[in-house]
Design a protein around this ligand. Structure first.
Ligand SMILES: [Fe+2]
Length: 383
């Protein structure tokens, strides 16, 4: 038996940002805690959200202090604002960070405790406070998933929470909100989405429905990510990427992820690098290893990336898939080595990052479990 989680209501398409308020009103909510970051708060996106709420007579208070890798402090500050203003639901506006912070605020609002209490799998007892998740980037799929990540600043680790009680009630994906996203951010979040789809396709947790969703996501990303990066105003490409992240998000939310994410989380926690860049750099390294163990799983990856797989061996399919991943990464401008990001090999704590990757919540989803020595060797490939 497989359980499939997806928000109860999902608004997708051009202009849906102007309509979500009426759906919220139907649900009877009165006062929103709008969770976002400083960048979105000072852009033209936040006024679009608040205007829609105002039009429906729904009051709100804005909490805009979410950092790029949301921290325990961000969450606890948000919970304090929510309680002070007695909000009965949350509207999260952003990419992964405000979505993740909002998920944790929602869980603590109804369950109490601290973020650290919920690290791991399904640790909360009660459903979180309802969340309306408005996505502004095409990549993380955090608006439709049951996973969220909070950084523990003291331990310098990213805590991964997998919790069905954190699933948003409603997701909003409007490609028009993404037109002004810079090329580098488009590339990074798009490669994060590709990583989700590929990890969800080769994991032993994949099943019929999730496989088809992953394949659809990969096809769209291959065709439209370079276009969205080359011209941010290409609404057709932005819309296709929204569709891709919705498909890929449903896939990994229900099939799981793998070791690319386990290792990427550690790079993000220690060096505060963009999550999508970490994923993109690690993706070919880990998939090369996965292909040695489960080559047959790479037939679908290769086919989705455009290979005519008939008559080809599994190994040929895997080699093609990995080459295509590297080419796509290069086309959209992802760096290959950490030295390009001013990280020095002699200062890199291989053992610390590798030990934390081994116990990351995504690791069990990988087709094989690497050793500490193997993990260190994978990180070394980034120099
Ligand atoms: Fe990711």
């Amino acid at each position: 038996m497989s359980v499939f989680y997806v928000p109860a209501v999902n608004l997708i398409g051009r202009g849906v940002i102007n309509e979500f308020g009426s759906h919220v009103k139907e649900l009877g909510f009165k006062k929103a805690l709008v969770v976002t970051d400083h960048f979105i708060a000072s852009s033209d996106i936040l006024p679009k959200v608040t205007k829609t709420l105002e039009a429906e007579g729904i009051s709100y208070v804005v909490f805009e202090d979410v950092d790029p890798n949301p921290s325990v402090k961000n969450v606890e500050d948000g919970v304090a604002v929510l309680k002070e203003h007695q909000c009965d639901f949350i509207v999260s506006v952003g990419g992964g960070s405000p979505q993740d912070a909002a998920s944790c605020i929602s869980i603590i609002a109804t369950n109490g405790g601290r973020p650290q209490d919920y690290e791991g799998v399904h640790k909360s007892e009660k459903k979180g406070l309802p969340v309306v998740a408005i996505n502004t980037t095409a990549g993380t799929s955090a608006e439709i998933t049951i996973n969220y990540v909070i950084t523990d600043e003291e331990r310098k680790v990213k805590m991964v929470m997998v919790d069905k009680n954190s699933l948003a009630l409603m997701s909003v994906n409007d490609p028009e909100l993404m037109l002004s996203k810079p090329a580098a951010l488009t590339a990074a979040t798009g490669m994060d989405a590709l990583t989700h789809a590929i990890e969800a396709l080769v994991t032993p947790g994949a099943y019929g429905v999730t496989k088809k969703l992953s394949i659809g996501a990969i096809e769209l990303i291959k065709e439209y990510l370079p276009r969205a990066v080359a011209n941010g105003q290409d609404i057709e490409a932005r819309e296709a990427m929204v569709n891709a992240i919705f498909l890929g998000g449903m896939a990994f939310n229900n099939a799981g992820l793998g070791y690319v994410h386990s290792m990427a989380h550690q790079l993000g926690a220690v060096y505060h690098l963009p999550h999508g860049v970490c994923c993109a750099m690690l993706l070919p390294i880990i998939e090369k290893e996965n292909a040695k163990r489960v080559p047959a799983a790479f037939r679908d990856v290769a086919k989705a990336l455009g290979l005519q797989t008939e008559g080809k061996s599994d190994e040929e399919c895997a080699a093609y898939a990995i080459q295509e991943i590297e080419t796509l990464s290069e086309t959209v401008g992802i760096p290959k080595k950490l030295t390009e990001l001013d990280i020095k090999e002699e200062e890199f704590d291989f053992e610390y990052l590798s030990k934390n990757a081994l116990i990351d919540a995504c690791a069990p989803g990988n087709p094989f479990m690497p050793t500490l020595e193997e993990t260190i060797a994978f990180y070394k490939e980034l120099f």
